[in-house]
Design a protein around this ligand. Sequence first.
Ligand code: HMG
Length: 408
Amino acid sequence: MNGLDVGIDQLGVYLPRYALPLDRLAEARGVPVEKIHVGLGAHAMAVVPPWEDAVTLGANAAARVFRHGEVRPDEIGLLVAATETAVDHAKPIGIFLHDLLGLSPSCRTFEVKHACYGGTAGIMLAADWIRSGAARGRKALVVATDIARYDVGSSAEFTQGAGAAAVVVSDEPRLLRLGPTTGLFSRNVYDFWRPLERREALVDGKFSLDCYLDALHGAVSDYRAALNGHGGGSLLDRFAAFLYHTPFPKMAHKAHRRLVEDESHGLTPAAVGERFERSWATQAEPALGLARQAGNTYTASLYLCLAWLLEREGATLEGRDLALFSYGSGCCAEFFTGRPVAGSAARAASIGAQGLLQARRELTVEEYEQFARATTGGERPAEGGVGFCHLAGIENHKRHYACPGKVA
Ligand code: HMG
């Protein structure tokens, strides 16, 4: 096995079937709609109904990687569930997924957490497990699944969202080969956190933007240092696209601006501005279609951007390098790379990200608030479940899931 061949074999994504258009929320909260559409770059958020949780979002995403039979559940030897929306302090989300997906008992299963970085942590760990030889020909499944909740009426309420991505990592990737070099940055900061007793996250909003941008600078510097003089030159020339963890699209805009500035020493401010606008439109903005409509999906965010980009532009990206930036508050960040493999475009075209948006029903603000209250109060679902599986109920502190559906 050539360690350089490890990468993403399959990518499954899932969003809950409900969306709140943010112009409705802006009107209800007395906020100018331009602040949300232009200031944050966000248009809608995915809303999780009471009969979905991080387990069902993850299971519904993962079921999609098995639907065509190209990967079988018995091939998975490592299942990593990445979330910051755990359902229990001890019992990991991964073991529910293991059961719902019918994986083999001979499988290492656990949950990881580092805010939004958890999904990338799982993928890097899975790639190293394969490179080490411990996988013995088996594949890893990394499920990144989250619900972003802030206090009702807070400015962060507009950046809520929910969704999941399921990533199969293997030594014969049919979608994206991971580059061997990555750049890292870690630092203890209180930019965003959720104490154990709280359902809604706390955030030092403006500070969190600075932490994100500092981490980007740090991770890219570390990436350059790790290249050790090989592959110099501008990153803007080297990569066909830049994908960012996207709590809201304007954050990706700020991040790409910082990256372009860091790559443009010696140019006048006007030339840097022009360079940025050109690069933004062609190399960064095209990945954001799903994020604009789904909101922050925490661990899944970067991989929903990847799914969107590959599904829509896979044919032009085969054989060209992509740059990916993962950020988790607290904080840990990683800058890494991937190359869509020959023949990946046809596979990417059926990921189904666009279909998930089309399948959604738009909620009124009253319905959204009802959903939020129902989840808080643990009330039983008023409507039936949708998708492959849903939360059927909680009895004696035990969660029960039902899987009557077909994988859509
Ligand atoms: P805020 O107080 O609503 O916003 O907080 P603001 O006053 O800074 O305005 C936002 C933007 O709208 C500004 O643009 C304004 O100028 C503009 P900027 O100057 O930044 O380019 N604006 C307008 N534009 C057009 N027309 C108008 C108008 N008015 C204002 N009328 C904030 C915004 C993002 C801080 C808040 O929503 C928040 O706290 N969100 C949650 C935190 C967050 O997402 N942080 C991102 C970095 S940390 C991260 O990504 C990690 C995370 O995903 C968690 C994890 O790792 O698990 C969050």
